[in-house]
Write a protein that binds this ligand. Structure first.
Ligand SMILES: C[S@@+](CC[C@H](N)C(=O)[O-])C[C@H]1O[C@@H](n2cnc3c(N)ncnc32)[C@H](O)[C@@H]1O
Length: 243
């Protein structure tokens, strides 16, 4: 994901970090101990410790292959003393209170939600979640707000023609009743994020494609589904009109 750019942290030593990963890094509080769950290549924890943003980090993945890729990157960039590698599922690799910030990026919103749900004792002791779902943002927002998190910040990034959504959650209480805000992102709508128009255009395109498919069917369920989608489109257009 992302073509990336070279980031120089020492004369002659380079690491590739995409703008997406850089954006995620920008939401990590200075001096916080971080866990990158589903780290894959391990670029993000390497950047965070070598930049001096984090004193140490946990880089975890459920699969051995990605963890080995992270190991070799960590070794190459001489960050072994600062990053601990852990093989395992989601937050099961962490002890409660062990880290202050958790990053989960590049997975579906449902998978991220399942990872958080499976380890309430770990998630409950974390100060900040930095999440970058590849899909199902609405479901993830719904879960966060129901589970004692507030959306501190949201961001959008366009890289290689793809729009990425970033959510920063902290402990707190927030109610968002309006489903269209849950779909588009309450913080993105509030600040009229410059990429929200593009996000809405892509979402509308997706719904129009679904409507075209449903129009081929004579089943009553298809008609009912189409009514729901038209209503969503109307609500989205209502937000669009205010941008
Ligand atoms: C698409 S990669 C994203 C890598 C990196 N986080 C990024 O954003 O560039 C997803 C990674 O998550 C790992 N993964 C998937 N499910 C996981 C889980 N339940 N626990 C830990 N890692 C998981 C996969 O093995 C894979 O390496």
């Amino acid at each position: 994901m992302g073509t990336g750019e070279l980031w120089e942290y020492e004369v002659g030593t380079m690491i590739k970090l995409s703008n997406r990963l850089k954006l995620l890094a920008s939401y990590v509080p200075q001096e916080s101990i971080v866990a990158d769950i589903g780290t894959d290549h391990g670029y993000l924890p390497v950047y965070l410790v070598l930049k001096g943003i984090c004193p140490r980090a946990v880089a975890a993945d459920i699969n051995q292959g990605p963890l080995e890729a992270a190991r070799s990157n960590i070794l190459e960039h001489k960050a072994s003393g600062l990053i601990e590698l852990r093989l395992g599922n989601g937050l099961e690799v962490l002890q409660p209170g062990e880290v202050e910030t958790i990053i989960i990026a590049g997975m579906g919103g449902g998978t991220i939600r399942d990872i958080l749900t499976a380890s309430p004792e770990v998630a409950g002791t974390v100060k900040r979640l930095i999440l970058q779902p590849m899909a199902d943002e609405m479901e993830l927002r719904q879960y966060l707000l129901k589970s004692g998190w507030t959306l501190r910040e949201e961001d959008l990034l366009l890289e290689d023609g793809r729009l990425y959504v970033v959510m920063v959650a902290e402990r707190g209480h927030e109610r968002v009743e309006n489903p269209v805000l849950l779909e588009l992102g309450p913080r993105l709508v509030e600040k009229k994020h410059p990429l929200l128009g593009l996000f809405i255009a892509k979402r509308k395109e997706k719904y129009h494609k679904i409507l075209a498919g449903l129009a081929q069917s004579t089943l009553p369920e298809a008609r009912e589904k189409a009514v729901g989608i038209r209503k969503k489109l109307q609500e989205i257009e209502g937000v669009e009109a205010c941008l």
